[in-house]
Design a protein around this ligand. Structure first.
Ligand SMILES: O=C(O)c1cc(C(=O)O)c2c(n1)C(=O)C(=O)c1cc(C(=O)O)[nH]c1-2
Ligand SMILES: [Ca+2]
Length: 687
């Protein structure tokens, strides 16, 4: 019953040619494939395959590995159709491989300009492709949506999805295909953009509809009724200059019976509501789940998880559909564990709140009031526009994009939970500063520079895999990790939960009680969500390995307990697999014997710190502590120090280091350099 009825045409016809509405809607009936981002339209990331199960999972070994071209963050969920795997690597490169052997069938590099990496918050990551009727769709980091021939990887069509080249939009999410339309959003709400999502005809690339998530130019009439209603919840005219936010950068799900497409929207842009909306208003449709008609993009309902968001509390985390028995009644629900720390169960027909409870510590709100469906916000604790505040969770969230899973067998959700508090310091006068700038309405982010405080902060960053009962709204078991930023999750009918983690391993747990049943090295931190599939009667489990994303880039100083080398590789396991994992690639990371002297006075170093954190910190690590993915500047050798002004002016553009000429004066570059030299001395002194 698990295997698809063999058809004469399927072997001889073009790859994935018959992946269409009927096959996708019934995807749970053919678990040998993994045909959509979340496994099925319900996005449960649960597989009915059980050849690999609790009794034999200890026998898992590598079936094959495949090294990706670029060692940067790997966040893709592979798609597997009829024995072929379609997946992506950094900078939106697409790979098609024989799912049995890992043999490369074709590769497609969209040629994203490497310096574009600066235009996104979290690195040139990509979360995977969609497949539909013989085509493979990828959203390129620079905003193009590209259709490839599934047989050859040749481009069939390409459209530019971006509306404004003067704003830093990027695409990191996986497209979804619903009823012949490819749907893609974008990111950029840390850079001043207006969020939207667009649907394109899957055959031709012709635009079908676009839904904006926040209102547009206040001088013009609203685009539609949903925008008219949203506008009443925004104040002043700043939001339009600041972008507004609400980017749809990751999650979607679809209910074919209700014919509703669910999208998750992101944070406000700027984060600071004082600077964005006169400090008031719900600011619809930020941090919301919005239900749309997939044919037209017409608004049907919304539920806002974080009204008036000012904490980067995106509601872009996994949207999972399931049927749950609640108070004796089967309810069609939608579940999400967004950044804000509450686990939401909604009725997906109407958006009505069924329940919401904290799945992790959260100090911004007391609880969600079931009568109003709204959070009871701790204004004094959480409103950092009134002054510096320690936020729990901070902007990294109690759960980020790493996908959660839901098992209908156990009735439990499996969530990569994290504790990542953050101190926010306001800049209430912030205004839009132009493209390619991280701008949220705060003072530049800084990490502790003294060893004791840093160690305490590192220790406060805790990660765990949590099994959550969504009916009782309570934790059932947990598996702790030494840091945050653990991988996405897969659960199976074999009673297993699979997850990679920051310690550089991949593992399987007992879905019922969390006991670890299997573990294997990955050489690198694993953040992507694993998948499982079956070919010729053999079940495989694939992890996309490769350390990256926002935590190692920006907060590398807190990743001391993580396996930070960014080796990008596909790891596929089967029972009794005997392939070997190549030796980890070692990087020479020694502080040079002779460091340039620190010549600047304290005031200049302070200026250099702010300039560094504002201009360099998001990629090279705040407070000049790298996370392994791009160079940690404290380790620069003598020649690099000599070339420093030239590098900042564009010498290494081919390596992805953009030019800051025109943004920074030579004096400012020198102040930054002096700060980096100071941090190199700090490091050397601490060894
Ligand atoms: O607001 C946005 O537009 C936006 C976009 C993205 C993205 O596209 O990757 C992230 C975030 N926000 C974000 O807040 C966040 O924590 C985050 C983590 C990551 C990642 O890939 O590691 N992306 C993003
Ligand atoms: Ca964000």
């Amino acid at each position: 019953y698990f295997d698809r009825a063999p058809s004469d045409s399927s072997s001889s016809s073009r790859p994935a040619a018959d992946v269409g509405a009927a096959r996708l809607a019934a995807a749970d009936g053919e678990p040998g494939n993994w045909m959509t981002h979340g496994g099925t339209y319900q996005e449960q990331r649960f597989s009915r395959l059980d050849r690999i199960n609790q009794d034999n999972v200890g026998r898992l070994g590598l079936a094959w590995t495949y090294k990706l071209d670029l060692d940067r963050g790997v966040e893709a969920t592979p798609i597997v159709v009829d024995g072929v795997m379609y997946t992506t690597g950094p900078f939106s490169m697409v790979y098609a491989l024989d799912a049995r052997s890992g043999e490369l069938l074709w590769k497609y590099d969209p040629g994203v300009t490497k310096t574009r990496a600066r235009d996104g918050c979290c690195g040139p990551v990509n979360r995977g492709v969609a497949v539909w009727q013989g085509k493979v769709y990828v959203g390129a980091y620079d905003g193009r949506l590209i259709a490839l021939d599934a047989a050859t990887g040749e481009p069939v069509w390409s459209v530019d999805t971006l509306i404004d080249k003067n704003r830093s939009y990027t695409v990191t999410g996986a497209p979804r295909v619903v009823k012949g339309k490819v749907i893609i959003g974008n990111g950029g709400a840390e850079f001043g953009v207006r969020g939207y999502i667009t649907a394109y005809d899957a055959d031709t690339g012709k635009q079908a509809w676009r839904f904006f998530t926040v209102p547009g130019d206040p001088a013009k009439p609203p685009e539609n009724e949903a925008m008219a209603r949203a506008r009443e919840t925004w104040f002043g005219d700043q939001y339009w200059k600041q972008g507004g936010g609400g980017t749809v950068w990751d999650s979607m799900a679809y209910d074919p019976e209700l014919d509703l497409l669910y999208i998750g929207t992101g944070n406000g842009s700027l984060w600071n509501r004082q600077a964005r909306s006169d400090g008031k208003g719900d600011n619809l449709y930020l941090s919301s789940i919005v239900a749309l008609r997939p044919d037209t993009g017409e608004y049907v309902w919304h539920y806002q998880t974080t009204p008036g968001d000012q904490w980067d509390f995106t509601a872009t985390q996994t949207i999972t559909l399931a049927d749950l028995e609640i108070d004796g009644e089967m309810r069609p629900v939608l579940m999400q564990a967004p950044k804000n720390g509450f686990y939401y169960v909604l009725d997906r027909r109407t958006g009505e709140l069924i329940s919401a409870e904290k799945y992790a510590p959260a100090n911004w709100a007391e609880r969600v009031d079931p009568a109003t469906g709204r959070p009871v916000v701790n204004q004094d604790v959480a409103d950092w526009t009134q002054g510096p505040r320690l936020l729990v969770p901070g902007p990294l969230g109690a759960h980020n994009w790493q996908p959660m899973s839901f098992s209908p067998d156990t009735g439990l959700a499996y969530i990569p939970v994290q504790e990542a508090p953050a101190m926010m310091v306001p800049d209430n006068d912030a205004t839009f500063r132009g493209k390619s700038r991280f701008q949220v309405g705060s003072e530049p982010v800084a990490l502790p520079e003294d060893a004791d405080t840093l160690a305490k902060t590192v220790a406060a960053y805790k990660g765990r895999l949590v099994a959550w009962d969504p009916v009782a709204q309570k934790e059932v078991w947990r598996q702790p990790f030494p840091s945050i930023w653990n991988g996405g999750v897969l659960s199976t009918a074999g009673g297993l939960v699979f997850q990679g983690n920051v310690t550089g391993t991949v593992a399987a747990y007992d879905a019922a009680d969390g006991d670890k049943l299997w573990e294997a090295p990955a050489n690198t931190g694993v953040v992507a969500g694993p998948v499982t599939y079956e070919v010729d009667g053999e079940q495989y489990v694939t992890f996309m390995a490769g350390w990256g994303g926002v935590f190692p880039l920006a907060f590398g100083g807190l990743a001391a307990n993580a396996k930070v080398q960014p080796e990008a590789r596909i790891l596929t396991y089967k029972l009794d697999g005997d392939a070997t994992l190549p030796e980890p690639r070692r990087r020479a990371v020694a502080v040079p014997e002779a460091l340039p002297p620190l010549t600047a006075d304290a005031a200049t170093v302070d200026q250099g710190r702010d300039l560094y954190n504002d201009n360099c910190g998001l990629c090279h690590g705040f407070s000049a502590m790298g996370g392994g993915v791009v160079p940690d500047l404290r380790y620069m050798d003598g020649d690099t120090h000599k070339a420093f002004p030239g590098i900042v002016a564009g010498l290494y553009q081919d390596k992805g280091m953009p030019s800051f000429a025109g943004r920074l004066t030579p004096e400012q570059v020198e102040a930054i350099h002096q700060y980096v030299i100071k941090r190199a001395h700090d490091l050397k002194d601490s060894l």
